[in-house]
Ligand binder design. Sequence first.
Ligand code: 0RA
Length: 649
Amino acid sequence: MNKKEKGYDESSIQILEGLEAVRKRPGMYIGSTDNKGLHHLVWEIIDNGIDEVLAGYGKEIEVIIKKDNSIEISDSGRGVPYKKHESGVSTTEVIFARLHSGGKFGSEGGYKVSGGLYGVGSAVVNALSQFLEVTIYRDGLVHRQRFENGGSKIFPIEKIGTTNKTGTTIWFKPDPKIFSTTIFSFDLIKERIRQSAFLISGLKITLIDERNKHKEVFCYNDGIKEYVSFLNEGKETVNDTYLINSSYKTPSNNVIEVDIAIQFTNSYNEKIISFVNNVRTTDGGSHEVGLKLGLTKATNDFARKYNFLKDKDLNLDGSDIREGLTAVLSLRIPEQILEFEGQTKGKLGTPDARTATDNLTYEYFTTYLEENRSFAETIINKSLLAQRARDAARKARDLARNSKSKSKNEVSLTGKLTPAQSKDKLLNELFLVEGDSAGGSAKQARNRKHQAILPLRGKVINSEKSNMEQVLKNEEINTIIHTIGADFGPDFDIKKSNYGKVIIMTDADTDGAHIQVLLLTFFFRFMPELIKAGRVYIALPPLYKLTSGKEVIYCWTNEEMQDHLKVKNYTIQRYKGLGEMNYQELWHTTMNPESRMLIQINIDDYAASDKKIEILMGDKVEPRREWIEGYVDFEITDDFDIDKGANNE
Ligand code: 0RA
């Protein structure tokens, strides 16, 4: 049971056990010991600092990634208590070196604020670190304590000076004996920090990377309103962001605080990002359901009242109303009524949260529509259009489905496909090849048993700028969907996929890059599960062929080529397209699993990728130009978080 937060001090912590348990089973505490687990340590410490800010102590946090991949996180909170604990050691030691019990530190008002470790986060980080050093500014004094090798105390806590500030600095280095990687990702930490800064208006977080002298400062005085602007960068917007900031009292007399920022854009996507007590609820839940209900009801009531819908008309469908919606939802819910669901606990259960967001959204959005008539008209007409497009798409789909069931095999439907002979779906590979001539060599080159070739002739449609109906009408897309055979959108079923790998194979020039981006955009919007399952790849043909007598060397980078030229004279051939290779060469360099190079596409952070796709593929030219200028060599690696580690098969 949770203790009262009031009067929390040195006497309130009970000691449970040592840190060996954490080292024995790190997964139980931080989920995994890979890149994700590694960064979990950082989130734990940053969240402790944020809890101090939320409790009203300090407004600044600084994160420094050091050259040796250790990390230092400072806050200006009250400072960790350091006096002697009833157990005989310093309270600092109890907090950092024992799996103590006790309420969540620093949070007042009864909200369980940060992630899942209930206050033992600091001890878990210490247990999994090569060293951890904590410096405390409190009571005008500076104290320091250092732990090594998974949390063993080196000396008792020491007084090292005086100060006129308060706060805590924690410096630690994750233990390479525990983690499969100990290299911090600036981008990952940056995204997380930015998210926290958006959620807590006025909080200033500085991120410094001493490995390459990067520095970024995040501070947003308009909180989630700025978050929505950030998410909508590069899109044409329909309204100024509307902010709902209110609270709801439950029948059991608990108060739920609700912040919602809403903006509509001209795009076809719906994006709702939600948080509860500053923790992201990736899988949505009751609060998102309530928001949707409120929006749908308010819009339909308005549409009927002002005769956009005739008596005989059905209501507008919620999903049609939400086309182009971007919303950020942030709730504070008291711990007593907080419930999470699902395997990863990323889904809010709390039934009262649904009532809260439903009622508040309905009430405020109704007023907003009344006061902004032309906006109301725009989104109602947009929903009516979306409804028509959806009906047409359904018809197109039914048609396609019927023809599929009629045709005996896939080949007759997708006449261009050269199928693989094997029926082993997981081992089979589908090559999407740019152009007929490369398609021809690929057909000759392939391993017939497991490799299928689909040449793409026409233009692939830009899925970001088109609605579902338009995308489905595109012949190339249609063929791809039917060839993969696992449907698309909400009906996508990875178990039905005819291929274990879908490999995009284009020329290594700008046209090729354009086709890659168009195809990836399509997969991202219509079959994200295929990407999440790691089944989408880009083939990397070599850039150069070096010949000297009978010796032949293929090079994938300029450096590689230069290195060879230093040693010997070669005749250099620069490949401009796949068509310049004969089929034996194509097989050897680009298709043979033994010798080829593939890039596996993965989406580490869905929101960030989503945003990058919008910038690259959306309506506005300016953000795209800026982005491309910033990353001149169109490093696709940067666009799509390609996992370089998985390159070389
Ligand atoms: C226990 C009690 C109190 C603060 C903290 C821990 C604390 C922990 C961390 C971790 C990073 N920064 C931190 N800052 C504070 C509150 C003690 C009081 O009532 O003053």
